[in-house]
Write a protein that binds this ligand. Structure first.
Ligand code: SAH
Ligand code: TYD
Ligand code: ZN
Length: 406
């Protein structure tokens, strides 16, 4: 039986998606024969409440010099990280000559804002190709995996940090104790760790099961983050819900007893109580809703196919790898996926092998329906796609339920 990555209690897998490829493993036809698959299973820990993957794959299979996710492909996310950085600067960087470290800094979408203000910073980004984009923008970056040893080296070279940041990365790191030990070494006595990730409460409420894929080892809640922080002498001092990525939570942690704990922490815990996040029955119910969602999406796409309609995927997200494989979506049902990221274009989607084409393929031959794989960017996309809608095009969503919109 697998055990919890946080507290080592035996964990209870509640949902298996079957065989899955690497979520960001876009591939060329010649690579199909060697494609890697593993069983994607998610589990709940009845002791510390951490929801987590029951089986992990090697980090080098996911994060490398051909990593396909570039953060700066969304205009709204660029604006989000500007306001995130401004908020950190105003609230937590009062010392003279402050130092900010970011884990998973990708193409520099967050740190560019500190660099522009002349603030000492260091990005830690193991995927060399995206790290290089940041370096080319003049952002200090080391291309390594963050862990306790690296934290020690950063401390020796740069001194202690006022703030350690991470967006959509903490949930990617199963060796979380090494990360927290490193954070504790590297932070100043009154320094803060601030990270945000897709929030478990939103996943449960919206049945956004596509957040579950190889890179996401953890699905955090205030309850599980508090438990983890406590093991390391850290304290959850604030929580701030964020609208990005379909519902995220920003967690602020400091050393125990140093900071005032904001009221928002208790409020969020009360919400989690209502959502039943500490009860295994909640996850059994989630599984049932996920199974229904799959049936509904397959039925809708098969019906549209029968009616001779053309359906194209919008956004070759990592999340869509869970959907296309779990729901067995083939190129017969989804003709191609449109995506603006050059490294994904001309490739096949992982596992389902749906061709990924540039955005121009979408605009030059608009389909009847766009299956919104990038549903978390719906506002930005719907703004942009007014001409498609005006010409009679429609979107299909599957979060929070399968439906044609508008
Ligand atoms: N922060 C960006 C990127 C998120 S994608 C954003 O929110 O858009 C996750 C990133 O974390 C990837 O670029 C990946 O290479 C990086 N990553 C994975 N494991 C890591 C680790 N142990 N330390 C630091 N970064 C890591
Ligand atoms: P995203 O949902 O941010 O992340 P993940 O891979 O973690 O699920 O990915 C968005 C993808 O959608 C990315 O490949 C870029 C693409 N995209 C478009 O093609 N057009 C757009 O207008 C937007 C906002 C994104
Ligand atoms: Zn546990």
């Amino acid at each position: 039986m697998p055990t919890c990555l946080v507290c080592e209690t035996p964990i209870e897998p509640f949902l298996s998606f079957g065989q899955m490829p690497i979520a960001n493993g876009f591939l060329s036809p010649s690579q199909v024969a060697d494609e890697y698959f593993f069983e994607l299973k998610v589990a709940f820990c009845p002791n510390c409440c951490m929801v987590q993957l029951a089986k992990l794959i090697d980090r080098e299979k996911m994060f490398h010099e051909n990593y396909a996710f570039f953060s700066s492909t969304s205009v709204r996310m660029t604006a989000h990280f500007k306001s995130f950085a401004d908020w950190v600067g105003d609230r937590y960087l009062s010392d003279s000559d402050p130092f900010v470290v970011e884990l998973g800094s990708n193409d520099g979408i967050m740190l560019q804002n500190f660099a522009a203000r002349g603030i000492r910073h260091l990005g830690v980004e193991p995927s060399a190709n995206v790290a290089q984009v940041a370096v080319d923008k003049g952002i200090q970056t080391v291309s390594q995996f963050f862990d306790e040893e690296l934290a020690q080296n950063i401390l020796a070279e740069h001194g202690p940090a006022d703030a350690i940041l991470g967006a959509n990365v903490m949930c990617h790191i199963p060796y979380i104790h090494s990360v927290f030990c490193g954070v504790k070494r590297l932070l100043k006595p009154h320094g803060v760790l601030i990270f945000e990730d897709p929030y478990l409460g939103d996943i449960v409420e919206k049945t956004s099961y596509d957040q579950i894929y190889d890179e996401h080892a953890f699905y955090f809640s205030a309850a599980s983050v508090r438990y983890l922080a406590d093991l390391h002498g850290l304290e959850l001092i604030d929580v701030l819900p964020q609208p990005v990525h379909g519902g995220s939570m920003r967690y602020v942690l400091g050393r125990q007893g140093v900071h005032r704990v904001g009221d928002a922490v208790a409020h969020l815990q009360a919400r989690e109580q209502m959502l039943g996040l500490k009860h295994s029955g909640t996850y059994e119910e989630l599984r049932t809703r996920v199974e229904h969602s799959k049936d509904a999406l397959r039925t809708l796409l098969s019906d549209l196919k029968q009616e001779g309609k053309r359906v194209v995927g919008y956004g070759a997200t990592s999340k869509s790898t869970t959907v296309t494989n779990y729901c067995s979506l083939t190129p017969e049902l989804v003709e191609f996926i449109s995506d603006t990221t050059p490294i994904k274009q001309g490739k096949l989607s992982p596992g389902a092998h749906i061709p990924v084409r540039p955005y121009e393929a979408f605009t030059s031959e608009p389909p009847d329906f766009a299956l919104l794989f990038a549903w978390n960017h719906a506002d930005e996309i719907l703004d942009k796609e007014q001409p498609f809608l005006a010409d009679g095009g429609q979107f299909i969503r599957y979060v929070p339920r399968v439906e044609i919109c508008p």
